[in-house]
Design a protein around this ligand. Structure first.
Ligand code: DP6
Length: 325
């Protein structure tokens, strides 16, 4: 059966940073994200008897190398779960990410792939099972199964069966916006996978990061329930800074920030001083995402576009979870 799924990407307000099991992708800490409507992936999967290996097309291009290996390794898990080790698939994926938006597509990519492949091979497709499956492709992707505000519960079991996303509030709970500010489409020097590993193994600040999560989570969930923008923004920004502080204390130390990253952080602080509520968050790369309320959209866009070194600003609303089309 040929199956097509669509999934949106998400931005973490409380970051996932560090694994306790690299093979199953089990995190050290719970994380919390907002699914975004502006960036998504559609993926079609068809298992075909005639195939001797998977064929993966991304944006109509046949993919090989590392990207192909990651997809096929993920499909190996799906084949194993379905008890069909010789079932190979043709996969067509399209990333709907505005040109050079600087948003990693792995979250929407693995969520759409997991949903399409699971259905095509007759595995259960309830959201919790899909989230567990998706997690094994890329951790942050397990949150993209749900729309709106989503928590990834780290779980405690060694087999990962209790490590999955849970919905906190749907997309229509609260119209807050996220501006993705693009500085550079260059490949990041330290990939998130490698950066996380180095931080867990060597950063003197890593234990403090893990210890700080429960309080952040409890407070941000209150803020989301109360639709308290200042509270949610302050916690998200502080959590992001703490995550990035762990990289500075790693050995060898590293940072994802460029000089323009710092300029945008300052522009956001200046907006706040001028009475415009806005907060930044940054993942494992130099690009910045800015949280704001709809009434300030024009000001936010104009201010961010005028920061020297900024190439593009793309805005998103809360988005929906995974769906079949
Ligand atoms: C900084 O989910 O890309 O964006 O599980 O190794 O595939 P893997 O990592 P990935 O890491 C995302 C890290 C982050 C924070 C977050 O999204 O929570």
């Amino acid at each position: 059966m040929k199956t097509t799924a669509k999934a949106h990407t998400n931005i973490a307000l409380i970051k996932y940073w560090g694994k306790r099991d690299e093979s199953l992708i089990l995190p050290m800490n719970n994380s919390l994200s907002l699914t975004l409507d502006g960036f998504y992936t559609t993926t079609t999967v068809e298992f075909q008897d005639s195939l001797m290996s998977d064929r993966f097309y991304l944006n109509d291009r046949l993919i090989d190398g590392k990207e192909y290996a990651r997809v096929t390794a993920f499909l190996d898990r799906i084949r194993e779960a379905a008890g069909r080790p010789d079932a190979f698939a043709e996969i067509h994926s399209t990333n709907h990410v505005p040109t050079a938006a600087g948003f990693a597509s792995s979250a929407s990519g693995f969520a759409a792939l997991a949903a399409a492949a699971a259905k095509a091979i007759d595995l259960p497709t309830d959201e919790q099972k899909l989230s567990i499956l998706t997690r094994q492709g890329s951790g942050s992707a397990c949150r993209s199964i749900y729309g709106g505000f989503v928590e990834w519960e780290k779980g405690a079991k060694a087999d990962g069966s209790d490590s999955h996303a849970v919905p906190i509030a749907p997309a229509d709970h609260w119209d807050i916006r996220v501006a993705a500010v693009v500085l550079s489409s260059a490949e990041k020097k330290v990939l998130s996978r490698e950066g996380m590993r180095r931080t867990v193994e060597t950063s003197a600040y890593y234990p403090a990061w893990v210890d700080s999560i429960p309080d952040d989570l409890a407070a941000i969930k209150d803020g989301i329930a109360e639709r308290d923008f200042e509270k949610v923004g302050e916690i998200a920004e502080a959590n992001c800074l703490r995550m990035h502080a762990t990289t500075l204390a790693a050995n060898p130390p590293f940072s994802y920030w460029h000089s323009t990253t710092l300029s945008i952080m300052q522009a956001v602080r200046d907006l706040r001083s001028a009475g415009v509520p806005a907060f930044f968050t940054i993942d494992a790369g130099p690009n910045v995402k800015v949280l704001y309320l709809p009434e300030y959209e024009a000001t936010i866009k104009e201010t961010l576009r005028n920061v020297p070194g900024v190439h593009d600003v793309t805005v998103s609303r809360p988005g929906q979870g995974v769906s079949y089309i």
